[in-house]
Design a protein around this ligand. Structure first.
Ligand code: IVH
Length: 693
């Protein structure tokens, strides 16, 4: 049914009024009506659009409550790249910047646009014929994510520009959250038991990157424009200051704290003024941005790498505050690292209240000479974790106030060791340590590891606390009844989780090895190991001590060959250095870790790495070499075997297929005879490979 003219006109009028009040409130910061009146207008429009759906235009302010959730964001290629800015941390840097600009301009004094550096996240808005059509995050500068649905909920972003600009017009600016809105949001999150955000910037980023625009709509995001991207045929002013004025005329919010200044003196005066007004601003800023005002001169200056030569970000120094160390505690991480942290008397610094700071490790505490009860200087810069800079005034410093790394893990009681050459102390409990257990399970289940969907923090907490899961292998024994006994687990979600656990069986070996959470073994290293060993059994059997030693020998040999200008010997496993071999040896040397891995492999049945097992005549056969061979060095023999798809391990067991023995063989040969493993000499090996001597 088409709407009567009266309703159509009323809807049009309401839309214009509502956008006008949005503009007054969000752009001019000067509301003309009460919130309740505004709500009445919005409700009237909603009801008209309900009665006559044809009236609900895509740019209607009623759409700002958020549409249907998305499965994912699609990629948007920026027509013009979104660049970054060079940084200045001192007046000297600014003086040098101005000198470079003046030299290029051949001028004695240059005019700049000075603006706040907003601490939010950069976005690009595209308008077509004056109507908002798409908005994207910066991404890597070339390609961002399409967050249009979310940006529609941001009332400070006009859905229609106040002039009918023809064609494409891109506005660039920053999405941010006011400090008061941030505090209110965290209050709500806390009350609802949801994640609280560290600062307004994180809250803004988290809110904008929501797949459900209805969540974004409740998040009070703001926007401030600072420039343009692709602007097609639009006739625009030729200076930055005038451009910002023009953007304001088009209905876009721009910083009130923008100025035209002259010369380096003007820049530095602006910086001081901005620093003074900083605490009173409703939003966070982290410095000033200076841009050459004249666009012709900007073009002449051009770019270096990915930053313009005509602009500079002059950062505020990291913020500091003084507070007291109430205690020094130790946290145990996923890999068993014991990290000391200072519990602080809460103090407001850099826009957030800080109550703890990492102290990194024992040496750091000694170096800074930190004791419980000391008054200390705490620093927070941008996004980084707060840190204790130095002692401001020592406390009473009784013997008990001195920090000592505990000899036993505060979580599981296992001995703590600090390996030679390492800065961190570690718990030796492995999977037996509850601190590591939770983290180890989360790591095990994560997408890039075994990818068990739905096994998140809350579930892992419950499973570990109720002793239902001690090691990852236990996951595969869980029943539907077990899961239903947990909080917030109905039949359907329990079923889904069981299915997800079952589906994680048979993942590639590389992912399985990565999932084990061995210190230092990331995704790439895990893949290398999988390709090298091919099966869990071969991986567990490897003689890491010998391997580490051979790597060292090889490194020495290669160094010598390099000096002599000779070709280098092949490397054993790309990317696995002596420290990593050492870590692997220690982890796999602990009996309880081996047991867990064996049980886990039996339960999760990872797929063998076909490239290692299937390739070559030897098809994954396991060899042990002992003694001195007549023509081949051990390395050459190993290489030969591996090239043909076999594997060489360090010790003889029931899994060994062949022992290759030379003169003066060790006990390995005896062992091979004992358990009936086939024994070959060098010729026998060549025969097996079908190679004549
Ligand atoms: S202009 C070609 N102006 O800073 C220069 N950027 O390092 C493009 N930023 O992520 C940026 N306030 O989002 C410009 N007044 C301002 C800014 C500003 C904050 C951010 C921007 C970008 C980063 C550049």
């Amino acid at each position: 049914m088409s709407a009567p003219r009266q309703s159509r006109e009323r809807a049009e009028q309401l839309r214009r009024q509502i956008e006008h009040h949005n503009h007054c409130y969000y752009v001019l910061d000067a509301p003309e009506i009460e919130d309740a009146q505004y709500d009445r207008l919005l409700r009237e429009l909603e009801s008209l659009e309900r009665d006559y759906p044809a009236l609900a235009t895509p740019d209607s302010p009623t759409r700002r409550v958020g549409g249907a959730p998305l499965a994912q964001f699609s990629a948007v290629r920026h027509r013009l790249p979104m660049l970054s800015l060079g940084n200045a941390f001192s007046e000297g840097d600014v003086v040098a910047f101005d000198r470079r600009v003046r030299e290029a301009a051949g001028a004695t004094e240059v005019a700049y646009s000075a603006e706040p550096k907003f601490d939010g996240l950069a976005i690009s808005l595209r308008y077509e014929d004056g109507a908002f059509v798409q908005g994207a995050t910066r991404g890597d500068g070339a390609t961002g994510e399409d967050v249009s649905a979310n940006l529609r909920t941001v009332r400070a972003i006009p859905m229609r520009l106040r002039a009918a600009l023809r064609g494409s017009f891109e506005v660039r600016g920053e999405v941010l959250m006011y400090r008061t809105d941030f505090a209110a949001l965290n209050e709500r999150q806390r009350a609802a038991g949801e994640k609280v955000f560290a600062n307004p910037r994180n809250a803004a980023a988290g809110s904008l990157r929501q797949l459900d625009p209805r969540v974004t709509a409740r998040r009070a995001l703001r926007f401030c424009a600072y420039g343009v991207g692709f602007t097609g045929d639009a006739r625009l002013p030729r200076t930055q200051v005038q451009l910002l004025d023009r953007l304001a005329e088009l209905g876009l919010p721009v910083a009130r704290e923008r100025r035209l200044v002259r010369g380096v003196a003007g820049l530095l005066a602006y910086y001081r003024e901005l620093a003074e007004s900083r605490p009173g601003l409703p939003f966070d800023i982290d410095g000033a941005v200076y841009k050459v005002n004249d666009f012709d001169l900007q073009e002449q200056l051009g770019f270096v790498a990915r930053a313009p030569r005509f602009a500079l970000a002059h950062k505020f120094p990291a913020q500091e505050a003084v507070t007291e160390i109430l205690d020094i505690t130790v946290q145990v991480g996923r890999t068993g690292a014991l990290t000391p942290a200072a519990r602080l008397a809460p103090v407001f610094v850099g826009g957030v209240t800080v109550a703890s700071a990492t102290l990194h490790n024992e040496d750091e505490i000694r170096r800074k000479d930190l004791w419980r009860g000391d008054r200390v200087v705490v620093r927070r810069a941008g996004d980084v974790i707060p840190e204790v800079v130095r002692v401001d005034k020592p406390g009473p410093r009784r013997a008990a106030d001195r920090f000592r790394m505990p000899a036993c893990c505060p979580v599981c009681g296992s001995p703590v060791v600090r390996l030679e050459g390492e800065a961190v102390a570690r718990c030796t409990g492995g999977f037996a340590c509850a601190a590591q257990r939770k983290e180890a399970l989360l790591h095990f289940a994560q997408r890039r590891a075994m990818d068990i969907e739905g096994l998140g923090e809350k579930l892992v907490d419950q499973l570990v606390e109720r002793a239902m899961v001690d090691s990852p292998a236990d996951l595969y024994r869980l029943t539907i009844e077990d899961l239903q006994s947990l909080e917030r687990m109905a039949q359907k979600s329990s079923r889904n989780l069981l299915d997800a656990i079952a589906a994680s069986r048979g993942r590639p070996l590389g992912r399985f090895i990565f999932a084990l959470g061995i210190p230092g073994v990331g995704e790439e290293v895990a893949k290398v190991l999988a390709r090298h060993f091919g099966t869990v059994e071969a991986f567990l059997e490897a003689d890491w001590g010998a391997l580490a030693e051979r790597k060292l020998e090889l490194a020495r040999e290669n160094a010598a060959r390099k000096r002599r200008g000779q070709r280098l010997e092949a490397r054993i496993m790309e990317g696995i250095g002596p420290e990593l071999s050492d870590s692997l040896a220690k982890f796999l040397g602990a009996a309880h870790n081996r047991e867990v891995i064996q049980a886990l492999a039996a339960a999760a049945r990872p797929a063998d790495d076909a490239s290692a097992v299937a390739k070559g005549a030897l098809g994954g056969k396991v060899f042990v070499i002992t003694g001195t061979l007549p023509a081949l060095t051990r390395d050459q023999a190993r290489e030969l075997i591996e090239r043909h798809g076999g594997r060489v391990t360090g010790s003889v067991s029931s899994n060994t297929d062949f022992v290759v023995a030379g003169t003066e063989p060790g006990s390995k040969l005896d062992r091979a005879r004992e358990i009936g493993v086939r024994i070959l000499d060098e010729d026998g090996l060549r025969e097996l490979l079908g190679q004549a001597r």
